[in-house]
Design a protein around this ligand. Structure first.
Ligand SMILES: Nc1ncnc2c1ncn2[C@@H]1O[C@H](COP(=O)(O)OP(=O)(O)OP(=O)(O)O)[C@@H](O)[C@H]1O
Ligand SMILES: [Mg+2]
Length: 376
């Protein structure tokens, strides 16, 4: 990111430079995978730092041997939306300058007439739209492109596909998945880093034996950044502004939001805005209530659509219930309806990303929503 002002804390967008902390081990590991041509699958709950991490790895890989291509497919609604974005990203990012990109489109995609549009910022940036339809190119021809380009530029290409879970939403998704996997697993000079947010969807795509992408690459579950790494990061940011925060208060910030990266930065920023010189418990509490206020509109909207049973289920979790859902006591205590209700309740709440399954039971996915519900 091109930061003209020195922002203390950044949240909601991917971060780089001195807004990015730690992740040294994860970045090294991914770098090694990239440089050794291994496919990677990266999974984590929302806003933990997948996109930022992949961008970091793009910066540190050995560019003499590796060319990375990043494509976010969040807005791709169909298979061909994807091919268009995929091919455009490939052409642009392996070419650099616009003239070169157009030259490469001519070389690799002769049947197309690409359109170029210029970005307002930075002035030299542009986007290509290729307008690929099944009439011009088959899926296999598009999917074969990275291999051709890799040979041409004499580098191994790593295609990084963000929000990959989106593929599960396309019509005839299973056929498309089979198609992609079929082509990708035979490519010699290209590997793939697939990552995305909806954890249950990602898990289903990659961990389900019946799915085409089962065991496609090394699965990496991105863990939260530990408190001990947040401490120096946050303390330094405060110091830069002439403010002081001690280790315990940083630890408290992390604990409140269960170390979820985006919330850590947001809460730290709130605390900073409330601080005149030294952080005390009071500033932390003010920061938390600001955070809850900031989230309230969204949470109201999200929870407004829930049924009473679903809300009861979430309240039970907040109360410390994570297992034994079908026991008579639990069903009665939390008013969850009948035994047969439970499966459906769980499934819907997981699908909607409200709750997640961990090794030892069911938990709320969003620590701030949890706090918010507790205060209601
Ligand atoms: N390594 C990091 N150091 C500091 N902050 C980070 C780091 N990684 C993530 N964050 C914080 O988390 C926020 C979200 O990061 P990012 O967009 O990379 O996560 P993501 O997992 O890709 O999110 P999403 O699930 O929305 O795609 C950032 O804006 C930043 O506040
Ligand atoms: Mg992301």
């Amino acid at each position: 990111m091109d930061n003209k002002i020195n922002k203390s804390f950044v949240y909601g967008v991917s971060v780089s430079g001195n807004n990015f902390t730690d992740r040294v081990k994860e970045a090294q590991r991914l770098k090694m995978n990239f440089e050794n041509g291994l496919n990677v699958v990266l999974i984590s709950p929302r806003r933990m730092g997948k996109t930022s991490l992949v961008h970091r790895v793009q910066e540190i890989v050995d560019k003499k041997i590796i060319q990375t291509v990043y494509v976010d497919i969040y807005d791709c609604r169909t298979e061909y939306d994807f091919y268009n974005k995929f091919a455009a990203a490939l052409m642009k990012q392996t070419s650099g300058k616009m003239e070169k990109a157009l030259e490469n489109v001519k070389k690799f995609l002769v049947r197309l007439t690409p359109k170029i549009s210029f970005m307002p910022e930075p002035a030299s940036d542009y986007s290509i739209s290729l307008g690929i339809t099944p009439k011009e190119y088959s899926p296999e021809e598009i999917l074969a492109l990275p291999e051709l380009v890799a040979k041409r530029i004499g580098k191994h290409i790593v295609v990084c596909i963000d929000e990959f879970q989106q593929i599960g939403e396309w019509s005839d998704s299973l056929t498309v998945q089979k198609r992609l996997r079929g082509v990708w697993q035979h490519q010699q000079n290209v590997s793939y880093c697939l990552f995305g947010s909806k954890q249950h969807m990602m898990t289903n795509l990659f961990q389900n034996k019946r799915m085409p992408f089962y065991q496609f690459g090394e699965p990496n579950y991105l863990q939260p950044i530990p408190t001990e790494d947040w401490i120096p990061f946050i303390k330094t940011k405060f110091k830069e502004k002439g403010l002081i925060i001690n280790d315990e208060h940083v630890a408290r910030i992390c604990e409140i939001v269960q170390n979820q990266s985006s919330y850590v930065q947001q809460l730290a920023w709130n605390v900073m805005l409330n601080t005149k010189d030294v952080v005390s418990d009071k500033e932390i509490e003010l920061g938390i209530s600001d955070l809850l206020a900031q989230c309230t509109p969204l949470f109201m909207e999200q929870t407004g659509a829930l049924t009473t049973y679903q809300l009861n289920f979430m309240r039970a979790i907040i109360d410390g219930q994570h297992n034994q859902w079908t026991s008579k006591e639990v069903l009665e205590k939390y008013n969850l309806g009948t035994k047969s209700n439970i499966d459906k309740l769980q499934k819907t709440l997981i699908d909607k990303d409200f709750v997640e399954k961990r090794a030892d039971g069911i938990y709320l996915a969003d620590p701030v929503l949890q706090l918010w519900l507790q205060k209601q």
